[in-house]
Unconditional design. Structure first.
Length: 256
């Protein structure tokens, strides 16, 4: 189960810096609209997506059929709603008393109702850390809270025991995802055997090299032109994520 949690958290962190487009347009809802349209009860590409982001992480890691069971969700449901997901966790006795890696945290508004959510990436003696989508600045980003934060409504743990024996990602979209607008990040796997150079400028192989991503790293990037991508961050095969701004040659990546 620990391996499954680490897999989900590493993938969640790899999405740091993903930016929404106009009118709340987001790649997470778009993925479900185009590839698993019966996951939610209506299209979500322009919907608030803090909960959708978490489902995206879990589905890409473990597959939709497993996630329905992990989170106690029916198909075609209101699962894009944080409060709905809280209720489903509660019915399955999946609420927990304190923050744990891989769990969901639900945040409350001034009236005490659930208004936002994130996935917990680590916990220490004083704070817990999260990855959250649909933040006010339009970014998917890592956040930090004291253990006794008054913003917290509750915690819930997906049932990772269901996927404890899975080792690879089973989800491959049956249709290619439509090319995003230029300010929205997508994920790419590095397929250059010797690694892929991140350059300071596009359209030239002589620009200064900022870093080299190892083979099979996962990059979050968006299309700059027909040959180059603008990179936001990448996660290496050891699970370490680095935020970086530069350009990579699209020949040596594969969209995932």
């Amino acid at each position: 189960m620990i391996d499954a949690i680490n897999k989900a958290v590493s993938f969640a962190l790899s999405l740091a810096g993903t930016k929404e487009g106009k009118n709340n347009y987001n790649i997470f809802g778009k993925f479900f609209d185009e590839n698993i349209p019966d996951f939610y009860n209506y299209k979500k590409a322009n919907a608030p997506y803090c909960q959708i982001y978490i489902h995206y992480v879990l589905v890409k890691c473990f597959g939709a059929d497993k996630v329905y069971k992990m989170c106690n969700l029916p198909k075609k449901s209101e699962a894009a709603s944080c409060s709905y997901c809280y209720d489903r966790y509660k019915k399955a006795n999946r609420l927990i008393d304190k923050p744990e890696k891989g769990a969901q945290v639900f945040f409350k508004n001034k009236a005490g109702g659930i208004c936002h959510t994130g996935i917990i990436t680590k916990v220490n003696n004083t704070h817990f850390y999260t990855m959250e989508g649909n933040k006010p600045d339009g970014l998917t980003k890592e956040c930090k809270y004291p253990l006794n934060s008054k913003k917290v409504h509750s915690f819930a743990m997906p049932d990772y025991s269901i996927v404890s024996n899975l080792t690879d990602t089973p989800v491959t979209p049956s249709e290619p995802i439509t090319e995003p607008t230029n300010d929205i990040g997508m994920m790419y796997k590095i397929i250059a055997p010797s690694g892929l150079r991140i350059r300071e400028k596009a359209n030239t192989t002589t620009a200064r090299v900022l870093d080299v991503m190892p083979y099979e790293s996962i990059a979050t990037a968006y299309k700059y032109n027909d040959k180059w991508l603008k990179i936001i961050n990448y996660t290496n095969p050891k699970g370490v994520t680095r935020k970086i701004s530069g350009y990579i040659y699209s020949k040596w990546v594969r969209r995932i």
